[in-house]
Every structure is written in structure tokens, then in C-alpha cells.
Design a protein around this ligand. Structure first.
Ligand code: SF4
Length: 238
């Protein structure tokens, strides 16, 4: 199988440039430390729309209250207690509701460990049926926890891929994912996910892209066709 070279070359460049700590990626961090798959799933829900360091504080707060985070321990805890432990991560009421929904659905399995052993499609279907869980949450879980060959796309990655000229503004999640899958070998998906988020956090920021310092500046479509100043002026809402 052959792959389009340019995105792969960019990932290779980023790999040389960044020293990424696993603590910056909550699901990756927890998986590497042997947390149970339900806990990893809950951590991904907590990390929606917030920084991973704050999500980790909220996760540890919840763990402090529940002990092992399992469907049973969630369902046996008053929702206001769950909300209180999640406050630091924002959107805590919505996240608490999604976590309870998740506990109800996963609680119907023989064991929450089945999240790691059931066939891919069964787990994907189960998780996508839970209100508040979408493709990105499922794909992060599948990649980090199960080692599935899938590339999750978050807001940083969407913005970076658009600016690099790899996806278009009209491309939806699944279309963007198809494009990346066609450009990268599967064993790149995990590091590409982490490195492109790091690029979005450190250089390709939403409000002000730091193009002159960016390791991809010589390869980036936006940087190549628009001068730095005009770019800052016209591209603030990606
Ligand atoms: S050169 Fe600028 S727009 Fe392109 S990826 Fe880097 S920071 Fe983003």
C-alpha cells in the first residue's frame, strides 16, 4: 500500500520537534497506567471542551469520591456529588448527565471490561447510542484504549488540517477522517493525533497562529499563500 507523502512528512517533522508528555493527553495517560476502560471513557467525556490538565483534576476529584469509577459506583452516587467533583472542568452539569447515561448503558453489559473485548462495531454502536457521546469521543476511546486503527479529530486537528490545506471547510468529520486515513499509514494515527493537537495548542492557535515559529511553516498552504499579517487579520475564526 502507498500513501500520499506530505502529511506523513509533516508528522515526521513534528515528531522531531515536539517532546510530548503523556500527562498532556488524559486518555493516553490513563491507558498507559492501566485504568479500567470505563474510567478512560469517563475521562474522555470530562475532557470535552476543556484543557486536559483541568480534566485530569476533575477526574481525580471524581475518583476521590467514587474510588474505582464503574457503572455501579456512578449510579450509586447522587448526581450533585458528581457535578461538584467535575466543576473545575466546566460544563459540569452536562458532563455529569452524560456520565450517568454512560453508566446506565455500559452497566447493561456483562462487565465494563467488555468495552475492551466486544467486537468493534458492537462497542461503537453502544457508545454512539448514548446522548452526548459523538464520533470524536468514541474514536479517542477506540484508539487509546483498544488500539484500533482509527484517527480521531478534535477542534485543534480540524483547524490545523484546514489551514494546512489537507481538508476543506465543507468536509464533515467522517470525510476528514477518510482523507487522513488515505494519507497516513495506520501505525501513524496515534502519534499524528497527539502531534497535531500539540501543534494546534502551541503554534496553530485559534485566534493567532504563530506561523513564523511553526515547524510546518514551509509546508503549510495557508502560510504559503497568505502573508503572516494578512493571515492574522483574516483567519481568526477557524
Ligand atoms: S504555518 Fe501557521 S497556519 Fe500553517 S500550521 Fe503552522 S501555525 Fe498553522
Amino acid at each position: 500500500m502507498t500513501y500520499g507523502g506530505s502529511l506523513k512528512e509533516m508528522i515526521d517533522l513534528l515528531e522531531k520537534h515536539f517532546k510530548v508528555s503523556d500527562e498532556e493527553f488524559i486518555a493516553y495517560y490513563l491507558c498507559r497506567r492501566g485504568y479500567n476502560p470505563f474510567e478512560v471513557l469517563i475521562s474522555i467525556i470530562i475532557s470535552q471542551n476543556t484543557r486536559d490538565d483541568l480534566a485530569l483534576i476533575a477526574f481525580n476529584n471524581l475518583k476521590g469520591v467514587l474510588g474505582d469509577i464503574t457503572p455501579n459506583s456512578v449510579l450509586n452516587t447522587p448526581i450533585n456529588v458528581i457535578e461538584e467533583s467535575l466543576k473545575v472542568a466546566g460544563l459540569y452539569r452536562r458532563k455529569a448527565r452524560v456520565i450517568v447515561e454512560c453508566a446506565k448503558n455500559v452497566g447493561e453489559l456483562r462487565s465494563y471490561a467488555d468495552l475492551n473485548s466486544l467486537p468493534t462495531n458492537d462497542v461503537r454502536e453502544l457508545l454512539l447510542s448514548i446522548k452526548g457521546i459523538g464520533y470524536k469521543t468514541v474514536d479517542v476511546f477506540m484508539l487509546m484504549c483498544r488500539g484500533e486503527k482509527v484517527f480521531p479529530i478534535d477542534t485543534h486537528i480540524r483547524r490545523v488540517l484546514r489551514r494546512l490545506g489537507i481538508v476543506g471547510r465543507g468536509d464533515d468529520y467522517l470525510r476528514m477522517q477518510d482523507i487522513v486515513h488515505s494519507l497516513l499509514p495506520p501505525d501513524y494515527y496515534l502519534k499524528a493525533h497527539i502531534l497535531l493537537i500539540e501543534l494546534g495548542r502551541k503554534y496553530c492557535k485559534a485566534r493567532k497562529a504563530l506561523c513564523s515559529k511553526c515547524p510546518l511553516s514551509n509546508l503549510c498552504m495557508k502560510k504559503l499563500v497568505i502573508s503572516d499579517d494578512r493571515f492574522k487579520h483574516h483567519n481568526t475564526a477557524n
